[in-house]
Ligand binder design. Structure first.
Ligand code: F0G
Length: 361
């Protein structure tokens, strides 16, 4: 059967089906960011903006495949734990498939735009008095008891869809630069994308489409207050220690137990990549720098650029590198964070004289 020649399903040969429940997703821009590139000081910097997917994050790539599998299995209800974006995508794609959706969110720690999406797309929303990791523990138990089909990134079909981020980056970068990026820098929460990109590159190498020397170095970035993967990379550990207390303004990656670590750690190590932690202030600065180039992202997404800056300062990233930063979610996901990082509106009288006077000051 034929699938569409656009977006995620253009890569159907690498996916378990030819088409899924689609809105459609993928085909996101690979922005040039000339001022940021010069400021960071690398040969090439491109930004793959996954916030341009239908619900505003990369999760749509996974959901189009995951919900298709759920249809195939004829399950009655779908569920996930979420820091917000997964719940928005599940609600939208589940709704489109006419399936019931249940989402468990950490109370008080999910950005406004994401709850608004889950709400209007008609998910049943449970706010749990605990962090994301606690929500995931509960929803895994619900799935084990047959209450619902689990659509967190523990579900391997989600990662199949997310592989297409890697395919798109390599294709678009090669089309413009006649070579592949040396490094891909991405925010890490559950490390699903890290695992998915690694799988995508392995499949390309195995099929002979990509030389193993051309595989980009997978470089993960976490917030200092939620950095168990960074700890494991720095310690050379085989396992990631679960952090019970996590905090960051990048609430999307406020995660202490990255469940895809067993797949993601080898991805970082075997590609010659690394992992780095950044402060919330560094994240905010990077969010502003991206916004200044017209690229509006949520805080977790800006972590990629903040991490790249830090690795440049440390001399880990060379000035002759070609780098792609992944920005995972749209600015509008977290309007409160945007107001905090940006300019304050100035009230003014309904009078041109008053406006001119204000502008002079
Ligand atoms: N960036 C954003 C905007 C996210 O929403 C997430 C994860 C990540 C990065 C981390 O990606 O898990 O593949 O390492 N959000 C999940 C959610 C946890 O529930 O929306 P990862």
């Amino acid at each position: 059967a034929d699938g569409p020649d656009r977006g995620v399903w253009r890569y159907r040969e690498a996916l378990p089906f030819d088409i899924g429940v689609t809105l459609p997703e993928g085909d996101t821009p690979l922005h040039t960011v000339p001022r940021l590139e010069a400021d960071v000081g690398v040969e090439t910097l491109r930004v793959k903006h996954e916030g341009m997917n239908p619900t505003g994050s990369f999760k749509d790539r996974g959901m189009t495949v995951g919900v298709r599998v759920a249809e195939e299995l004829d399950v009655g209800a779908l569920a996930c734990a979420s820091t917000g974006n997964t719940s928005a995508a599940l609600a939208a794609y589940g709704g489109r498939a006419d399936l019931e959706t249940l989402v468990l969110l950490p109370a008080g720690k999910v950005a406004a735009g994401k709850i608004a999406q889950a709400s209007l797309h008609d998910a049943r929303i449970l706010e749990v008095d605990g962090n994301f990791d606690a929500c995931l523990d509960i929803v895994q138990e619900l799935a084990a008891r047959g209450e619902a089909y689990l659509l967190n990134s523990l579900n391997p079909f989600r990662l199949e869809g997310q592989k297409t981020i890697g395919f798109e980056i390599l294709e678009a970068f090669h089309a413009d630069h006649d070579t592949y990026p040396d490094r891909i820098v991405l925010p890490v929460g559950n490390a699903g994308n890290t695992a998915a990109l690694y799988k995508a590159f392995r499949e390309l190498v195995q099929s002979g489409a990509l030389d193993v020397d051309d595989v980009p170095k997978l470089t993960g970035v976490q917030a200092e207050g939620a950095a168990p993967m960074v700890e494991a990379i720095e310690d050379g550990a085989d396992e990631v220690r679960r952090w019970e207390d996590v905090e960051t303004r990048a609430t999307a990656i406020r995660i202490g137990n990255p469940v895809n670590a067993p797949k993601a750690l080898p991805g970082i190590r075997n590609t010659g990549g690394t992992a780095v932690a950044v402060s919330d202030d560094e994240i905010t600065d990077a969010q502003r720098a991206l916004a200044a180039e017209g690229v509006g992202v949520e805080p977790a997404s800006a972590a990629s650029v903040a991490g790249l800056r830090k690795l440049r300062r440390q001399g880990v990233v060379d000035d002759d590198e070609r780098v792609v930063c992944l920005t995972t979610g749209h600015l509008l996901k977290d309007p409160d964070a945007a107001y905090e990082a940006g300019n304050d509106p100035e009230p003014v009288e309904n009078d041109v004289g008053a406006v001119l006077e204000l502008l002079e000051n």
